[in-house]
Design a protein around this ligand. Structure first.
Ligand code: GLA
Length: 697
């Protein structure tokens, strides 16, 4: 107990010593300029229809091994398996031209599959397994190479769309005659099941958390005919809905498999039963993607074989994909880098900065098996305080006391000024890679505005002044702040838990760096390090005080997952969900952020949009909605035997590189094929059956 300093604090708070207080505060500045980083690949820009069109071709071809399936009567001939007008990849847009069949892409991942029910929130282990299996109405990954004037999502399962004259509805034309990998037709029924029983069912949250807000307040979707659906909106021409029709938000599942297990149709099933109805050992899950899972061995491997009904071809009529198999080794993300660089794996998004120097060294050698190309600085990490004050996640008294601090601007200002971003970046990798990241939109992206970005420089003295203004004091003199007077958490030291993800070394290193810096400033933290799947569950349940997280693409492109930029709905922003009663206790600046985001969503006027994003960025960085840590580039590492890898594929932009690189049209020349297919000659069998089948099985 130090009554004197309490009195001093009271004096400060009543403003008596206000000048003494402000004297210590270091005011925000413009963000420091990121170091120059020239080693970036440049895409060849094209228009959207240069990549693919929909049309029928005079003849179609399949891999030779599939002829036996047709002869045995196991499969219809290839032309009957394809739509009348399949999607056709134009050879003129393929870096190395028409490919040949065969070979495998050996992926290595750190994630683990929960099951195949993506639509009820299960992860498949990431690393692009879900991207390989699912196809969405539109596609965004390849947009990194689209001319700015033609920038709009690519058609995919939706082969076209048109707006009504008044802009209040959008008619979407689905590809006609395409089939799931088990031969069941794909049609409006699949799309409507996704809408009615995933998006609109509050008990079901798909993996990427698409919700009604994603498509705009009051939006409805209805079936027009087997191959046509129509969106009706409450605002005029919400063009960003085309982005919400892409990966993450609108990749319908097989309704013929899912609907019978959904509680809406099956009174014996609970929502939990539904979520768990397709565990990872459920084989041959029907897909619209190019490969379907045929084998799963826990902590070892997932093998996917080509989808015999895949609805895309090259302009010579060869049914895609060229690659017969994908393998996913279940290891660690760091191992993905090591193996890709060494040539025992084929693909990595080099995104953990700790591995940059070693990987670059190996890739520069003449006999390097993989090429490595850096892109822009779009990997960013943020420290997010949980901003709910009204019970989301049911915090105990300690947790609730942390929430009260989190909601105090002086406290957040203190926290941000504790962080020495230069030192934090250098602790991952030295050199021109990392930049100090104030938070919010990334420098170098289209909606970023430096003048609207508030940067709080590192200053322990200023941080302490802010903490004291937030009511904190080290009353017992042990070097750590105590809970403010009268706190229901008691009189002991403030204790904050920092949630992080053990699947990534970078997440852990940054979390440990933050903890060490907070200790220097007198704040006691403890680490809650969970595997990605457990961490994700803790976040969506609100069971955390602070979390360190690699940001998602909404902060890069803004036009994707726009509703998630702020708490625009009860469950849109992982920093602030509603409580069990559905109530959101937004802080005034959050309300303003929501207004900016909703304004952005409601207008197509480029000038208004850019102004609204400036407002958003200003509110975000000034009020520290999230506390930026570091921002750096990533590199795509891909084995040199693969052809048709377009130049300048970023590891992350509109989507992850596993989408952007267009795996279905990658190929390996015969002489370079490595003979590593585990199920040569086999195809996916019956949904839920044993595994792959050979002809005549
Ligand atoms: C994980 C990896 C990323 C990318 C995505 C794809 O998040 O860390 O590099 O592979 O999966 O879903």
């Amino acid at each position: 107990m130090k009554p004197l300093s309490r009195a001093a604090l009271a004096a400060l708070l009543t403003g008596v010593s206000a000048t003494a207080l402000t004297a210590q505060i270091v005011e925000p500045t413009a963000p420091p300029a990121p170091p120059a980083f020239p080693a970036q690949g440049e895409p060849n820009f094209v228009t959207r229809d240069a990549i693919a069109t929909y049309r029928s071709l005079p003849e179609y071809h399949q891999p030779a091994f599939m002829d036996a399936f047709v002869e045995a009567g196991d499969l219809p001939p290839v032309e009957e398996r394809l739509p009348d007008e399949p999607m056709v990849y134009e050879v003129s847009n393929m870096t190395d031209g028409i490919g040949v069949y065969g070979d495998v892409m050996r992926h290595v991942i750190g994630g683990r599959p929960e099951g195949w029910n993506y639509w009820a929130g299960q992860t498949q282990g990431w690393g692009g397994i879900d991207i390989a299996m699912s196809e969405c109405l539109t596609r965004t990954g390849p947009l990194f190479q689209i001319e700015p004037d033609d920038l709009e999502p690519l058609p995919n399962l939706a082969r076209g769309w048109e707006w009504s004259e008044d802009g209040m509805s959008l008619t979407v034309h689905l590809i006609e005659g395409a089939k799931w990998s088990d031969g069941d037709p794909f049609d409006a029924e699949d799309v409507m099941f996704y809408w009615d029983h995933t998006i609109m069912d509050p008990n079901v949250t798909p993996l990427n958390a698409a919700s009604p807000e994603t498509f705009g307040e009051g939006t409805t979707l209805s079936r027009v005919d087997d191959y046509t659906v129509r969106f009706d909106f409450t605002t005029e021409r919400p063009e960003r809905v085309l982005y919400s029709m892409a990966y993450g938000d609108f990749c319908p599942g097989p309704s013929h498999i899912l609907a019978p297990m959904h509680p809406a149709n099956n009174p014996d099933m609970s929502y939990d039963d539904y979520r768990n109805a397709f565990p990872p050992d459920y084989m041959n899950f029907p897909v619209m993607g190019a490969w379907s899972p045929v084998e799963y061995r826990p902590d070892d491997v997932i093998v996917l074989r080509r989808n015999p009904y895949y609805w895309k071809v090259d302009s010579d009529g060869n049914q895609l994909p060229y690659l017969n198999e994908l393998q996913y080794r279940l290891s660690t993300w760091a191992d993905r880098d090591v193996q890709a660089v060494a040539g025992t794996g084929d693909f990595s998004n080099l995104e953990q900065a700790e591995n940059f120097v070693e990987s670059l060294r190996r890739a520069a050698e003449d006999d390097a098996p993989a090429r490595l190309e850096f892109g822009p600085r779009i990997i960013g990490y943020t420290l997010y305080p949980n901003l709910s004050g009204n019970g989301w996640g049911n915090p105990d008294t300690r947790g609730q006391a942390v929430r009260e601090l989190n909601r105090n601007l002086d406290f957040r200002q203190g926290v941000t000024q504790v962080i020495d971003r230069q030192r934090l970046g250098d602790s991952l990798v030295k050199g021109p890679f990392t930049a100090q990241y104030p938070g919010g939109l990334y420098a170098g992206t289209s909606y970023y505005d430096e003048g609207s970005t508030v940067f709080y420089p590192y200053s322990l003295e200023s941080a302490r002044a802010h903490f004291e203004a937030a009511g904190l004091e080290d009353t017992d003199g042990n070097g750590f702040y105590n809970w403010p007077e009268g706190s229901p958490a008691g009189t002991g030291d403030v204790q904050i838990t920092l949630l992080t993800n053990t699947d990534y070394q970078t997440d852990r290193n940054l979390a440990e760096g933050v903890i060490a810096m907070m200790e220097e400033a007198g704040l006691k933290l403890s680490l809650n390090a969970l595997t990605a799947n457990d961490r994700d569950a803790a976040v969506s349940a609100g069971r955390y005080d602070w979390r360190v997280e690699r940001n998602a693409s909404d902060l890069i492109t803004v036009v994707q997952n726009t509703a998630q930029l702020a708490p625009t709905g009860p469950r849109t922003s992982a920093s602030h969900y509603a409580n069990d009663a559905g109530e959101l206790d937004l802080l005034p600046f959050e309300e303003e952020m929501v207004e900016a985001v909703e304004g952005f969503i409601a207008t197509n006027d480029p000038e208004a949009r850019s102004e609204l994003m400036k407002t958003y960025q200003q509110l975000y960085t000034d009020n520290l909605y999230g506390i930026g840590l570091t921002q750096y580039p990533g590199a795509l590492v891909i084995n040199k035997r693969f052809r048709n890898v377009a130049p300048g594929v970023p590891i992350y932009a509109y989507n992850w590189a596993e989408d952007s690189v267009i795996r279905e049209r990658l190929f390996v020349p015969e002489e370079d094929q490595i003979g590593a297919e585990l199920y040569e000659g086999a195809l996916p069998g019956e949904p839920g059956g044993e595994g792959p089948v050979t002809a005549g099985d």
